[in-house]
Design a protein around this ligand. Sequence first.
Ligand SMILES: [Zn+2]
Length: 399
Amino acid sequence: MVRTGNLGLVKQINKYTILNIVRDNKFISRASIAKVASLNKATVSSLVDELISEDYIIESGIGASTGGRRPLMLKFNHKAGSLIGVELGVNYVYTILTDFDANILWEEKHTFDPKTHQDKVINQIITMIKKAMVNAPKTTYGVSGIGIGVPGIVNEQGTIIFAPNLHWDNVSIIPKLKEHFPDVQITVDNEAKLAALGEKWFGAGKEYNNLVYVSAGVGIGAGIIINGQLYSGVEGLAGEIGHMTIEVNGLMCSCGNIGCWEMYASEKAIKKMLQEANNKNGSTLPTTVEDVSVEQLVDMVWNNDEQIKQIFTDVGKYLGVGLINIINTYNPEAIIIGNSIGLAKDWVLKPAKELMKERVLSKTSHYPNISIANLGKKSCVVGATSSILNEILNPLEIK
Ligand SMILES: [Zn+2]
């Protein structure tokens, strides 16, 4: 498609460029905006006035003089509206209400039996959103949107195509929510993709425009950010790197493939290794492997449990194998490891990094910064609100 533009479009581009500059700079004067944006002062002044009248920007004190009159400083009004983020897990719904700066104003988490019918789960989501709305403060824009993260593949229309761990197939959740919230913008996306966005906007990825977020929990998913924007692929499948083959004759995966990465570097892998170690004599490991959490295992490592340490080292090495493939495919500035495996921090990161240094393709090329997610268990819900904030701040994005 050829995209053309008129003067109105140019004005809109300039306006949202200014809004993003103000948000990025915390406090900035009109003259400084003109310099950063390479626009003339009259254009900046008129667009700033428009943004002030819309309450997206507020005047905030007097800045230092650079020769003449001391300038009026501007800042992004993070209290102009509220955002709702929902994370649908395999057995829980976690909902938050935030301002435009990811400050949490209200939150609640409900667990449910994984066998619960999808209609009941969707009703639970609706109930929690209503509760969040009741708790929303009075602001210019009220609740500006609802973002929802789900553990499955989601297409461009927000339909959940396939969520294997929820056993959901082809579920259109947006029309059901629209019956209750007709005037609010609603987006649905994969949990790892939204978590990537959350870390990019408010977490460990703030400084980077090209990053891969690896959600290593029960399985492995990823969110890929290229030039500051989430990459979804043609059908929303991009990021399903947990199912790349790393062992040709390896373990059978629930996806039907053999030797998938997530069979070796996820909670599934840890539990399998635990079971094997348990079957040997003299094990110090928990007897009921199914019930043990990664948090408990991390505690055991801190108490110098050698067997668990070995398991984390092995998982870390396999994590490294997959990360090398990511580096060779995307050449990212940063890789962020989130979800439960991230809780093991250096116990998995150290062996992963050692293996990567040995095997990475070019010793001279850019080596990405590899870190643990900053937002912890909030990466996805904060990312869900960020997806709405992105639409507010970058409505002209050419998709
Ligand atoms: Zn698989």
